[in-house]
Design a protein around this ligand. Structure first.
Ligand code: HEM
Ligand SMILES: *[C@@H]1O[C@H](CO)[C@@H](O)[C@H](O)[C@H]1NC(C)=O
Ligand SMILES: *[C@@H]1O[C@H](CO)[C@@H](O)[C@H](O)[C@H]1NC(C)=O
Ligand SMILES: *[C@@H]1O[C@H](CO)[C@@H](O)[C@H](O)[C@H]1NC(C)=O
Ligand SMILES: *[C@@H]1O[C@H](CO)[C@@H](O)[C@H](O)[C@H]1NC(C)=O
Ligand SMILES: *[C@@H]1O[C@H](CO)[C@@H](O)[C@H](O)[C@H]1NC(C)=O
Ligand SMILES: *[C@@H]1O[C@H](CO)[C@@H](O)[C@H](O)[C@H]1NC(C)=O
Ligand SMILES: *[C@@H]1O[C@H](CO)[C@@H](O)[C@H](O)[C@H]1NC(C)=O
Ligand SMILES: CC(=O)N[C@H]1CO[C@H](CO)[C@@H](O)[C@@H]1O
Length: 342
């Protein structure tokens, strides 16, 4: 299969094949997203990003949890277009960054470092004007690659990432509030939030497994501690959270068993009522999502322990292909925090 002269390689993850083959027929996203886009424009670009990400998180792997969440927040608002990375400016006077869900985002410096490193790498053999070469890798792609690298760093598994996402030029705080699911959402609200992005109940359950790494601020779940409902949260667990949260603005790990390891422990915890958010618990109030939960958590010993990991790879690829910019829209930003000046 050939598009624009680039040979299309299908993702190596076999159970994503159906998705990979069907999408090009129906989706404009695939007119843009090519598996080899960055590889053909600048061979070695992915390695340059991986190196920079690895360096940037060396002292604090928690930043990798931040990067995973950044990619999710990016893709859910205007598609994966790096709109989450834009700073306040005249063009975008009230960007996503300034919205409530963003206040706890972290890892921006990882993306900045990777972007600088990859553009420097790709410019190596070129003679560029004094104001620099044209940028080659979009910030949305850098973020998608960095999230993939962080999955490798935190979970020790790997998936291929398609590239060619254009960067958007618009970022609006209210759109983050409107498009991102909140931790108090029930299953109906979660389902509809994901359905708007063409993601299923399975995707919702699988992707929620990212809550096996990183942290949350008490403000994100404290409502569950004021009057403890023992059928929704383990009472001893809730009391231990309560104690930690008396110290004001603190964070607690999402996964108290293996806090730094991206694995299926989230599902085991959830089945034991020891997860932080109501939205996590809510996955157990629907027979479909509850079944997935059992598959990824409880019964993992009986079946393939990699069941969840394989699903997660595919779901991350799928989330990374949410493109809402039309053909010929967008740009490749020079600097991830600002749109290009013409
Ligand atoms: C299903 C709906 C989701 C809701 C309601 C939700 C909500 C939240 C909230 C409230 C936090 C804590 C923020 C804080 O207080 O510091 C958080 C953290 C996090 N979320 Fe989600 N999230 C959802 C889905 C996802 C998805 C799809 C991913 C990625 C694939 C993800 C990855 C993360 C990560 C890695 C963290 C930890 C971030 C850090 O340590 O800085 N979440 N999420
Ligand atoms: C964004 O910047 C403008 C001035 O450049 C300022 O008036 C406005 O308050 C800022 N918005 C936020 C949310 O910080
Ligand atoms: C630059 O050129 C060298 C020597 O031809 C080559 O090995 C290297 O891959 C090139 N680097 C890039 C980024 O194209
Ligand atoms: C979820 O919340 C919405 C809005 O409050 C409500 O209309 C809906 O009935 C709730 N669904 C469930 C399953 O509780
Ligand atoms: C969801 O799929 C429909 C039908 O293929 C498409 O029109 C729409 O743009 C997609 N939405 C997103 C957010 O990808
Ligand atoms: C406690 O949680 C259960 C399970 O979600 C629910 O059915 C019940 O109504 C809740 N009780 C209170 C008092 O909110
Ligand atoms: C369930 O959670 C409780 C409270 O944290 C803990 O003591 C117990 O070991 C957990 N059980 C399982 C099977 O994980
Ligand atoms: C909470 O603490 C973090 C650092 O852990 C800090 O960045 C943030 O500004 C604090 N938020 C508030 C509301 O004090
Ligand atoms: C990480 C980040 O950019 N956080 C911003 C979120 O929004 C507040 C304002 O509401 C900014 O002060 C933070 O810098």
């Amino acid at each position: 299969m050939t598009i624009n002269g680039a040979r299309i390689l299908l993702p190596t993850v076999y159970n994503c094949l159906i998705f990979a083959i069907l999408l090009p027929l129906f989706s404009t996203a695939d007119d843009i997203l090519l598996p080899l886009d960055v590889k053909s424009k600048c061979p070695g670009a992915e390695d340059a990003i991986t190196k920079a990400v690895t360096n940037a998180v060396a002292g604090n792997k928690g930043l990798c949890a931040g990067v995973l969440r950044l990619h999710f927040h990016d893709c859910f608002v205007r598609g994966c277009d790096a709109s989450v990375l834009l700073d306040n400016s005249t063009a975008n006077p009230n960007p996503e960054k300034d919205s409530i869900p963003n206040k706890t985002l972290r890892g921006f410096q990882v993306i900045d470092a990777a972007k600088i490193a990859v553009e420097a790498y790709c410019a190596k053999n070129k003679s560029c004007p004094t104001n620099g070469c044209d940028p080659v890798v979009s910030c949305a792609d850098v973020l998608a690659f960095a999230a993939r690298d962080c999955v490798k760093i935190l979970g020790d598994f790997f998936y291929d990432v398609y590239s060619g996402r254009p960067d958007g030029t618009i970022s609006i705080a209210q759109e983050a509030v409107d498009n991102l699911p909140a931790p108090f959402f029930n299953i109906t609200q979660l389902q509809s939030s994901f359905a708007k992005k063409n993601l299923t109940l399975e995707d919702l359950t699988v992707l929620s497994g990212a809550h096996s790494v990183g942290v949350a601020h008490c403000s994100s779940f404290e409502d569950r501690l004021t009057s403890i409902n023992s059928s929704q949260i383990n009472v001893a667990f809730a009391n231990s959270l309560k104690q930690k949260c008396t110290n004001g603005n603190v964070t607690v790990p999402q996964d108290y068993v293996t806090p730094d390891y991206l694995d299926n422990q989230y599902f085991i915890n959830n089945l034991n009522n020891t997860v932080l958010f109501f939205s996590d618990f809510a996955l157990r109030t629907n027979t479909i999502t509850e079944d997935y939960m059992e598959q990824f958590g409880n019964n993992y010993k009986l079946s393939n322990p990699n069941t969840w990991k394989d699903k997660f790879k595919c779901a991350m690829q799928k989330m990374g292909r949410i493109i809402e910019l039309g053909p010929n829209q967008g740009e490749i930003r020079k600097v991830c925090s600002a749109i290009n000046v013409s």
